[in-house]
Design a protein around this ligand. Structure first.
Ligand SMILES: Nc1ncnc2c1ncn2[C@@H]1O[C@H](COP(=O)(O)OP(=O)(O)OP(=O)(O)O)[C@@H](O)[C@H]1O
Length: 238
């Protein structure tokens, strides 16, 4: 594989204190994530998956170790530069959709375009519509979240994350609120985005049914990587 990693974590350590106890959640993790692939981090509850995603996306600083994203070392960025980095390069999809209930699908997807360089309203509407078409919702752009199914809401959330064409797309449990059919649609969309747009897509899931849809699966246990497999090898092992 000759692609240059877009996301590199080196010796990442993160602990949380609660009262007098201190829990080490990331135990010196090193990993490199490639563009154009859907990489899935799996592992038991509490193994550190969401914490790792937060550290790799700059939402959380590690106690020690470094994250290089798109060639920048995140711990060296000021708070403002880190905000700019996330606005410019990152899209986020979460389990709970986080849509504004009073806004239509189109209005929800338009929101991120209000931040960053100003663009013409007609251009913004065209881009938001294209993002909704990409997730198969071109005919539902005027509907509000309560008129959409869970799977459709998550697809709106993906369109909102995609509208700024992020280089890095982070998805934390994107399918856990969905039934298996809708979960599969969502993971197929994430896979498609990685392959067709060269986006680095990094997802976290405890849903083992998603494994076969990923290009690469990294397994965490107790804050350490215990397995790192490519799809080809997983099929051969099956
Ligand atoms: N902000 C925090 N303060 C204190 N402890 C935290 C915090 N965030 C996470 N933890 C603890 O860190 C451990 C790992 O949490 P994390 O959410 O990363 O695990 P996970 O593998 O994503 O779990 P799940 O699959 O249940 O979502 C857990 O024991 C959790 O309680």
């Amino acid at each position: 594989m000759s692609a240059t990693p877009t996301l590199i974590g080196e010796q990442l350590v993160k602990s949380f204190s609660s009262g007098k106890t201190r829990q080490t959640v990331l135990n010196g993790i090193s990993l490199s994530i490639l563009p154009g692939e859907l990489t899935l981090i799996i592992g038991p509850s509490g193994s550190g998956k969401s914490t790792l995603l937060s550290v790799l996306s700059g939402l959380l600083l590690p106690d020690s170790g470094t994250v290089h994203a798109m060639g920048m070392e995140l711990s060296r960025l000021s708070a403002e530069a880190l905000d700019r980095f996330r606005l410019e390069y990152c899209g986020f999809v979460f389990q709970g959709f986080n849509l504004f209930t009073s806004l239509t699908a189109l209005e929800n997807v338009l929101l991120p375009l209000n931040y960053g360089p100003k663009i013409d309203k007609a251009v913004a509407v065209r881009r938001a519509t294209a993002a909704l078409e990409l997730v198969g919702l071109g005919n539902r752009i005027k509907l509000r979240p309560m008129e959409l199914s869970g799977g459709e809401k998550q697809r709106v959330a993906i369109a909102r994350a995609l509208v700024k064409e992020p280089k890095l797309l982070f998805a934390d449990e994107p399918t856990s609120a969905l039934d298996s059919h809708n979960g599969q649609i969502v993971i197929d969309i994430l896979h498609h985005i990685a392959q067709e747009h060269g986006t680095t897509v990094l997802g976290v899931s405890h849903d083992n049914r998603l494994i076969k849809h990923a290009d690469r699966v990294i397994t965490l246990e107790d804050g350490a990587v215990v397995k790192d497999q490519r799809a080809r090898n997983m099929l051969e092992a099956a």
